[in-house]
Ligand binder design. Structure first.
Ligand SMILES: [Zn+2]
Length: 109
């Protein structure tokens, strides 16, 4: 994926500023309080994947789609947290499911 310049914003929840990369489809967790501060995707205009999942400016996971047995499956891969799994949900729900999984992992450390 193309590297985008760093941007800065204030977390909606804790108000602290952090940097992140805008990559179109993305979930960004605040590195301070771990709130999923940005959930952004091209919903309605195109595919919601690949969706990057970042902790501040650090890439921690990728959500992508794969065709398995003629079905589109959503696959969440995180080397950082040792995750490689197909999600139960699809489309927008898959984004939410991936967000919940990563949120638990981040808080578990
Ligand atoms: Zn925060």
């Amino acid at each position: 994926m193309q590297e985008m310049p760093l941007q800065t914003k204030d977390c909606h929840k804790c108000g602290k500023s952090y940097s992140y990369r805008n990559s179109g489809n993305m979930i960004v967790f605040c590195p301070h309080c771990h709130h999923s501060d940005i959930v952004c995707c091209d919903f309605g205009f195109g595919p919601v994947t690949p969706c990057s999942i970042d902790l501040g400016d650090k890439r921690i996971a990728i959500l992508d789609t794969e065709e398995v047995d003629r079905q589109i499956r959503y696959r969440l891969v995180s080397e950082e947290y040792g995750i490689d799994k197909y999600l139960e949900s699809s489309y927008m729900e898959a984004i939410g499911e991936a967000g919940r999984i990563m949120s638990e992992k981040i808080d578990g450390i």
